[in-house]
Design a protein around this ligand. Structure first.
Ligand SMILES: *Cc1c(COP(=O)(O)O)cnc(C)c1O
Length: 234
């Protein structure tokens, strides 16, 4: 039996320590509980402890759990997995945030299909900062063009970048990997100031169980934590 209160407290402690080491306000860093493969009951337990942001990778699994948790009115769902373009309709209407947009076709469909009764969908572009062939994400050289197009789509709010840098075990190289993502966001902001409205660009979604400290040091505003909250995935 997992003691969710212990796990959540430990992750909050790490977040606070990393924030103060970096001279940052811990309130500027939000925790997304990544609940892929975990049952709805585990999400409900964390919700009852005050957690509100949850991240899911697989659409059908997410929709099933959302239906079971429909009574949790102020829960915030984040879609963080690869997006097939034939799945955009449900993603557009069942999530508050999508972190894994990496091509214009998907962004256009999400904008067209976002329920007009809902506020605009918050979007992070997924960057592939190390150019890993096996990973999704837009290449650094294509990022500015994609961001310029996405910022113009009416039912989307472009908020920033998400990234999963290549795995590194030592802190200095983790930090360098996350700083490259933060630099890419800073460049986008400059471009947006130049070219007119570019969305808020206030979001860096980066850092997982193994590297959240380095991500926070580099400026993460969302950390996405699965294993250290829920235990190993099944
Ligand atoms: C699974 C996953 C996470 C959480 O990873 P942990 O190492 O379990 O904390 C974060 N982000 C994405 C995109 C994921 O797929």
């Amino acid at each position: 039996m997992i003691r969710f209160s212990d796990k959540l407290n430990q992750v909050h402690d790490r977040l606070h320590r990393a924030a103060s080491a970096a001279g940052r306000d811990p309130g500027s860093i939000r925790l997304i509980a990544v609940s892929k493969t975990q049952p709805a009951s585990a999400i409900r337990s964390l919700y009852q402890l005050g957690q509100r942001q949850f991240g899911e990778n697989y659409l059908q699994e997410a929709l099933d759990k959302q239906a079971q948790l429909a009574d949790l009115a102020d829960i915030q769902w984040h879609f963080i997995g690869p997006i097939q373009s034939n799945k955009t309709r449900d993603i557009a209407s069942h999530f508050a945030w999508v972190h894994s947009v990496d091509r214009l076709k998907v962004a256009r469909r999400l904008s067209d299909q976002r329920d007009p009764a809902l506020p605009p969908l918050n979007i992070c572009l997924q960057l592939n900062p190390d150019g890993e062939a096996s990973k999704s994400g837009v290449a650094p050289a294509q990022l500015a063009a994609l961001a310029g197009e996405v910022a113009r789509l009416p039912r989307l709010r472009l908020r920033g970048l998400m990234a999963i840098p290549a795995p590194r075990t030592d802190y200095p190289s983790q930090l360098a990997g996350f700083r490259a993502v933060a630099d890419a966001l800073a460049q986008l902001k400059q471009q947006a100031d130049h070219d007119g409205p570019g969305g808020e660009l206030d979001t860096l979604s980066m850092g997982m169980s193994g590297d959240m400290e380095a991500a926070i040091a580099a400026g993460a505003t969302f950390v996405r934590i699965g294993t250290d909250l829920f235990g190993p995935r099944f």
